[in-house]
Design a binder for this molecule. Structure first.
Ligand SMILES: Cc1ncc(C[n+]2csc(CCOP(=O)(O)OP(=O)(O)O)c2C)c(N)n1
Length: 468
């Protein structure tokens, strides 16, 4: 059996090294925010345990090749907790040295305040505006399933990965996540797994003051598999929850993990004070003591044993990647044409002279822009076929986004290249970002110009992330 994290044995008894590794993540977050004199220590401290279990036991990734096409995707939707992601990237061996952690939030560093996919290796999508990551991941999971439907054979599961994310109270309060969750539930995205950092705190204080609905029931009603973890430091329960989510193949999963923001801080744990400001030197010292951290350890200390243990990801990742390369070789030998198409789609290479098919419109004649767009799409889809994945927010006929021959993408027909987004502009645009970031497809979406106001925050991120 391969030694990919996916095949690692379940956690039975957490080890001292597990605890020390989790505390390393917490301490790096505290130290980096303190040195920068700004940032968000509380979320990484509370979510460190779930992130650790996910990254060391489940996530399939190759730190030496962050663009490996069959990697699992991980999204930190609560982007303000960026130090959680940077600590994981650093510790598991990505090209993010400790120096970059020390330069957190500094101009020109690879560790900006919120994760930016075009800046930091291993960051899958830019997050920060709450809810965007949630909806972007839905698009990634759609792209994964779509490509699997097009290319996988019984013997060759070429496209075979999960989309994971950590989402926060703020993410789940935002409207875009409701749109996206509804879409994901309808689509039955069984390989989408979100861990909800349910710490009951946001900036203004307890979520009691503004957010009291029954989140698990809401997600169940939208067709999700929901699983509760009562204690966010219970590694066994977290591991089991992720395993349960992976064995659920028809529904997306929300794992509601009860956590403590600022975990370990004697005076700030479970309070909004831990959310978005440095803890202060004195409180950091007390917190480290409470966590059992060596009292003489300098800031940014990474114990040798933790460094070695976390860096095993480079080895398991390289092995998983090599196995996939071998699988690809046999696929290519058995299905050369399909393999060539797969490679072209994944590389994002457009056919030569793709624009030669574009129609010209005579001057002096009048034509609605949506009609011109429809004619252009007819030609482009004719040329590029299923590489283009289109869709509309319930204005298909009006906006002429559908081209003859495009089948609907539904749970029962995942290879269809036309997405019925429903009246959900914001989630539509973010999902399109997710598809573009995932790679292998070129998404397009349509709505009336005036309703594009409803998707503008996702459009802004398309630009920031340099996505087509
Ligand atoms: C769209 C959007 N609105 C507002 C903010 C500012 N903001 C950052 S974090 C946050 C809420 C914090 O609550 P939660 O998501 O539960 O994070 P935690 O307190 O657990 O770190 C807000 C309102 C934002 N990042 N994005």
């Amino acid at each position: 059996m391969p030694t990919t994290p996916a095949s690692v044995e379940p956690i039975i008894e957490p080890s001292a090294l597990d605890r020390q590794s989790i505390n390393t993540i917490r301490c790096l977050a505290m130290d980096a925010v303190q040195r920068a004199e700004s940032g968000h220590p509380g979320m990484p401290m509370g979510a460190a345990a779930m992130a650790y279990v996910l990254w060391t036991r489940h996530l399939k990734h190759d730190p030496n090749d962050p663009s490996w096409v069959d990697r699992d995707r991980f999204i930190l939707s609560a982007g303000h907790g960026s130090m959680l992601l940077y600590a994981l990237l650093h510790l598991t061996g990505y090209d993010l040295p400790l120096e970059e952690i020390k330069n957190f939030r500094q101009w020109g560093s690879k560790t900006p305040g919120h994760p930016e996919s075009h800046i930091t290796p291993g960051v899958e999508t830019t997050t920060g505006p709450l809810g965007q990551g949630f909806a972007t991941g839905v698009g990634m999971a759609m792209a994964e399933r779509y490509l699997a439907a097009h290319f996988n054979t019984e013997e060759h599961p070429l496209v075979d990965h999960y989309t994971y994310g950590i989402v926060s109270d703020g993410d789940l309060m935002e409207g875009i996540s409701s749109e996206a969750a509804s879409l994901a539930g309808h689509q039955g995205l069984g390989r989408l797994i979100y861990l909800y950092d349910d710490n009951e705190i946001s900036i203004d204080g307890s979520t009691d003051i503004a957010f009291t609905e029954n989140v698990p029931q809401r997600f169940e009603a939208m067709g999700w598999h929901v699983h509760a973890v009562e204690d966010g430091n219970d590694l066994v329960a977290i591991d089991q929850a992720i395993r349960a989510a992976k064995s659920e193949t028809e529904r997306p999963s929300l794992l509601c993990v009860r956590t403590s923001i600022g975990y370990g801080s004697p005076n700030k744990q479970d309070t909004a004070a831990a959310h978005g400001a440095p803890l202060g030197e004195e409180e950091i010292a007390r917190t480290k003591e409470a966590l059992g951290w060596p009292s003489d350890a300098p800031a940014f200390h990474v114990p040798e044993a933790v460094a070695t243990h976390m860096r095993e990801a480079t080895q398991t990742g390289a092995e998983a990647h090599a196995q996939w390369d071998a699988l690809y070789d046999t696929y290519e030998a058995a299905h050369p044409d399909q393999a060539a198409t797969f490679a072209r789609w994944m590389n994002g290479t457009l056919p030569t002279d793709w624009d030669a098919v574009l129609p010209t419109f005579a001057t002096g004649t009048s034509r609605a822009t949506r009609a011109a767009s429809g004619t252009v799409l007819d030609h482009l889809v004719g040329e590029m076929g299923a590489y283009l994945v289109g869709g509309s927010a319930d204005l298909t006929g009006s906006n002429k986004t559908h081209v003859n021959g495009q089948a609907d993408m539904q749970a029962s027909t995942p290879g269809g290249s036309y997405v019925r987004y429903g009246v959900r502009e914001h989630a539509m645009a973010a999902a399109a970002n997710g598809m573009a970031l995932h790679g292998g497809v070129r998404p397009y979406v349509g709505t009336f110009l005036i309703f594009s106001d409803y998707l503008r925050p996702a459009l802004r991120l398309s630009g920031l992330m340099e996505q087509p």
